[in-house]
Design a protein around this ligand. Sequence first.
Ligand code: GTP
Ligand code: MG
Length: 138
Amino acid sequence: TERTLSIIKPDATKRNLTGAINKKFEDAGLRIVAQKRIRLTEEQAGRFYDVHRERPFFGELTEFMASGPVVVQVLEGEGAIAKNREVMGATNPSDAAEGTIRAEFAESVGENSVHGSDAPETAKEEIAFFFSGLEIVG
Ligand code: GTP
Ligand code: MG
């Protein structure tokens, strides 16, 4: 089975949607094998999103990710990376398929409620960014 890193973003924690989003993951067969609520600094958000450093929205993105609590979590399951991205829906909520988290909950392309790793290599890096092995209980 595969693992992926998920983040419930500040727009969603602010609106008390952690449970509703976790239900979507669990209903899709993903298991939450690690989870914690934390507050990122802009510097930490910048390190996490380092690949986007040269993008025009980088400052907006890191400021947003540091604007409130986030819930970081490890999801586990068969094909967890692809399954999680399917449940999240397209980056821009106006392109997201009906029933996906972003279609139901996201406010805009920036404040889009969730993050999910996009490949096995990034999943591994992103999980290690937030969690030690002892914190993940499969
Ligand atoms: P993630 O799972 O969060 O990585 O989303 P993604 O893979 O669907 O999108 P991408 O990696 O292209 O962008 C990463 C994040 O940057 C998005 O989830 C958005 O929060 C943010 N982002 C992307 N495009 C824009 C934009 O045009 N404006 C703003 N403000 N933020 C953006
Ligand atoms: Mg991405």
